[in-house]
Design a binder for this molecule. Structure first.
Ligand SMILES: CC(C)[C@H](C(=O)O)[C@@H](O)C(=O)O
Ligand code: SF4
Length: 418
C-alpha cells in the first residue's frame, strides 16, 4: 500500500516510516507567529525553556504583524514593542508592521516550500499547503514548545481527496468551489484530516486560486489543505526566486477517501449567515440588501482577486447604500495593484483601499458592522459577531460576486453584470 503526501511529509519529518493513525514527534521546518499569538507563544516558551533561553533556530521562525496594524490601541502598540524586542534579541526573522498578512508573507517571501512541515500559530496556516507542503495551525502553547525544541507531536492524519472536475462557468472561481465543498461535507466534515485537492479543475488553477482553496481547509475541520506540486507550483516558486526545494508526491495506490465534485453548470456560491457550511447558489440570495462589501483577507486579497473585482468596477460607481473596503493581502500585492491602476479603479468607484492587514475579517480593529447590517465579504468566516455586531449578518463570496454586489447594493450574480 502506497502513501499519501501527508504520510510522506510526516515520515520525512519524523525520520521514520509512518502511516495514518501513528503518533510522531516531528522536526519542524518553519514556524510562524503573528501579533495576536506571539505574546502567548513567548510566554509558553519562557515557561518551558526559561527566562533567558534562546529559541531553537531563529532563521526558521517568522514573526509578522497583521491583525492589529498599525497599532489601533496603546495596548497593541505596547505588544508590538515587546514583540520587536523579542525578535531582535532572538534574531528572529521579523516582518514588522505593514508588510502584510502573515500567511501571504509566508508564501510570497518563500518561507513555504514543497515537502516541508510548517506550523503557524493561526488556523489558516493550512493555506501554504497549496505549495505542496504540510502546513497546519497550532496553539500558542504548542508554539512555545516548538520555539524551545523545534519539534512537535502529530497524529498522522488520514486523507480526504477532493476531486474537482468539469467545466467552470464564467465568473465561477476557486472560492465558489471551496464554499461548495464545505457545504457538501459540513464544517466538521474533514475534522483532523489532510484534505488534498486534485482533479482537472485544480490542475488548471493559478497559485492565487489554489491558495484560496487551501486556506479554507480549516473551515471543514481539515488539518491541512494540500495540492500536489506541479508546473504551476514550480512556476510560482521560480518567480519568487525559490530554487532549493524537494517535491514530495503521493502514491497512486495510497489510501484516501474521495469526494468528487463536477463543477459543470455550478453557479457562484454564497455562505449565508451564520455558518460557513450554510452554502447556497447565488440565485437563492440575490436581491439581499447589503451595507458593506469587504474585498480582502488571506483568503481573497491577492492581486488576482483584486483584478477580478476591478474588472466589474472599472468606470462604474458603487451603490449609494454600500461602503466598499478593499484591502490587499500584502505590500507586494498592493504594489502590483497600484501599478496596474486597480487602486484607482476602486477609489474612483467610491470604495476605500486600506493598508495591508487583516482588516474587518476578524472584526478586531476597523470596518465593523452595526446591528442589523449586512456584510458581503471575500474572507473565510461568517459566524455571529465575526465582523462586529452579533446582530449583523455576513455572507461569504468570491471577489467577483463581492464586486458585482457593491455595484448594485444587493447580492448580485456576477454573471448577470458582465
Ligand atoms: C487571531 C488568530 C488566532 C485567528 C486564527 O487563528 O484564525 C485569526 O487569524 C482568525 O482568522 O480567526
Ligand atoms: S485575514 Fe482573517 S482569516 Fe486571515 S489571518 Fe487575518 S483574521 Fe485570520
Amino acid at each position: 500500500m502506497g502513501k499519501t503526501i501527508a504520510e510522506k511529509i510526516l515520515s520525512r519529518a519524523a525520520g521514520k516510516d509512518v502511516k495514518a493513525g501513528d503518533y510522531v514527534l516531528a522536526d519542524i521546518d518553519r514556524a510562524m507567529v503573528h501579533d495576536i499569538t506571539a505574546p502567548l507563544a513567548i510566554k509558553a516558551f519562557r515557561e518551558i525553556a526559561g527566562e533567558s533561553a534562546k529559541v531553537w533556530d531563529p532563521s526558521r521562525i517568522i514573526m509578522a504583524f497583521d491583525h492589529q496594524v498599525p497599532a489601533d490601541s496603546v495596548t497593541a502598540a505596547e505588544t508590538h514593542k515587546m514583540l520587536r524586542k523579542f525578535a531582535e534579541e532572538q534574531n528572529i526573522l521579523n516582518y514588522d508592521v505593514h508588510e502584510g498578512i502573515a500567511h501571504q508573507i509566508m508564501v510570497e517571501k518563500g518561507h513555504a516550500k514543497p515537502g516541508e512541515l510548517i506550523v503557524g500559530a493561526d488556523s489558516h496556516t493550512c493555506m501554504y499547503g497549496a505549495l505542496g507542503c504540510f502546513a497546519t495551525g497550532i496553539g500558542s502553547t504548542d508554539m512555545g514548545f516548538v520555539f524551545a525544541t523545534g519539534k512537535l507531536w502529530f497524529r498522522v492524519p488520514e486523507t480526504i481527496r477532493f476531486e474537482v472536475n468539469g467545466k467552470l462557468e464564467k465568473h465561477v472561481y476557486s472560492k465558489d468551489i471551496i464554499l461548495k465543498l464545505i457545504g457538501m461535507v459540513g464544517s466538521d466534515g474533514a475534522n483532523y484530516k489532510a484534505c488534498e485537492y486534485a482533479g482537472d479543475v485544480v490542475r488548471k488553477m493559478s497559485m492565487a486560486q489554489r491558495l484560496t482553496m487551501s486556506n479554507m481547509a480549516i473551515e471543514m475541520g481539515g488539518k491541512a489543505g494540500i495540492i500536489e506540486p506541479d508546473d504551476e507550483t514550480r512556476k510560482y516558486l521560480r518567480a519568487i526566486g525559490v530554487e532549493d526545494f524537494e517535491e514530495i508526491h503521493g502514491d497512486e495506490d495510497a489510501e484516501a477517501k474521495t469526494v468528487e465534485l463536477d463543477v459543470t453548470g455550478m453557479e457562484p456560491q454564497v455562505a449565508k449567515p451564520h455558518r460557513v457550511d450554510n452554502v447556497v447558489g447565488v440565485s437563492e440570495v440575490k436581491g439581499t440588501k447589503v451595507d458593506q462589501v469587504f474585498i480582502g483577507s488571506c483568503t481573497n486579497g491577492r492581486y488576482e482577486d483584486l483584478k477580478i473585482a476591478a474588472e466589474f468596477l472599472k468606470g462604474e460607481k458603487i451603490a449609494k447604500n454600500v461602503r466598499l473596503i478593499v484591502i490587499p493581502a500584502s505590500r507586494a500585492e498592493y504594489r502590483k495593484a497600484l501599478k496596474d491602476g486597480l487602486i484607482d479603479i476602486f477609489v474612483e468607484a467610491g470604495g476605500i483601499v486600506e493598508f495591508p492587514c487583516c482588516g474587518p475579517c476578524m472584526g478586531g480593529s476597523f470596518g465593523l458592522i452595526a446591528s442589523g447590517e449586512v456584510s458581503v465579504s471575500t474572507s473565510n468566516r461568517n459566524f455571529i459577531g465575526r465582523q462586529g455586531s452579533p446582530e449583523g449578518k455576513i455572507y461569504l463570496v468570491s471577489p467577483a460576486t463581492a464586486a458585482a454586489t457593491a455595484l448594485y447594493g444587493e447580492i448580485t450574480d456576477p454573471r448577470e453584470v458582465r
